[in-house]
Design a binder for this molecule. Structure first.
Ligand SMILES: [Zn+2]
Length: 244
């Protein structure tokens, strides 16, 4: 479908596309000639009906032996693409190759993001730092401190609280909570550097889960991202409904 859409000029050529985006194409282009052309090509050029007939014939004649395989934990890669529409969190049943795809997607989406970082030493807020270009151990551009809290929303709010605290003003309960949470985030960044920022930018991963994942000190980025994806899915699968 992607290639047909590219040839029709409906999609820019060579754009990277993963799992769900590819599956959406079918919906986006249904009832268009792009859809018809895709089906035509699949049937005319990519299907080998004579070959299939031959295989069926040999099976019925007993020349090809049939073995049944039942996958207990996860659907096979072939079955997954049929079943995924009917489950709430398809990632949980994804076979290995699809899981790798999800991991790559998570990685690309995180590295493409930018965040605000608040220095707990001097109170300087750095805005819109791109995660992909952060050094392994990010530091404050004003005072070189590595005690940086990554902030993903309302960074002005957190900055304000920190300044109040530094001015020895009293904080209310919510402000104290927000500050404690940001401080715990910063503690992880000073200990684990850029990976602590990456971990905490994943949906559903707060300082506590991030600390658990980071303490494994993964040798490779792949293992690190695999654990992040698992933690994210765990969160989605177990979150209470009212927490949506
Ligand atoms: Zn600073």
């Amino acid at each position: 479908m992607k290639h047909a859409a590219e040839r029709f000029g409906a999609l820019a050529r060579g754009r990277l596309m993963y799992g769900d985006a590819m599956k959406e194409l079918m919906l986006r282009f249904r009832l268009t000639p792009i859809y018809d052309e895709t089906i035509r090509e699949a049937l005319m050029e990519h299907s080998d009906f004579d070959g299939v007939k031959g295989i069926f014939k040999e099976i019925s004649e007993g020349k090809i032996d049939l073995r049944f395989f039942r996958s207990k934990d996860k659907p096979t890669p072939l079955a997954y693409h049929i079943l995924y529409r009917h489950v709430d969190i398809p990632e949980l049943i994804a076979p290995e190759n699809v899981a790798t795809d999800n991991m790559t997607r998570l990685r690309i989406s995180i590295e493409g993001r930018s965040i605000d970082m608040l220095c707990f030493d001097c109170g300087k807020l750095t805005r819109d730092a791109s995660i992909a270009s952060l050094p392994d151990h990010p530091f404050c551009q004003d005072c070189s401190s590595k005690l940086l809290a990554p902030l993903f929303w309302s960074s002005a709010y957190a900055t304000n609280i920190l300044h109040k605290k530094q001015d020895k003003q009293s904080l209310d309960e919510n402000e104290q909570k927000a500050l404690t949470r940001a401080r715990r985030s910063a503690d992880l960044v000073i200990a684990y550097g850029r990976r602590a920022i990456i971990a905490q930018s994943v949906y559903g991963i707060g300082p506590q889960t991030a600390a658990r994942v980071l303490s494994k000190m993964h040798e490779s980025d792949d293992e690190f991202y695999r654990d992040l994806l698992e933690a994210k899915l765990q969160f989605i699968a177990t979150r209470p409904f009212w927490n949506n």
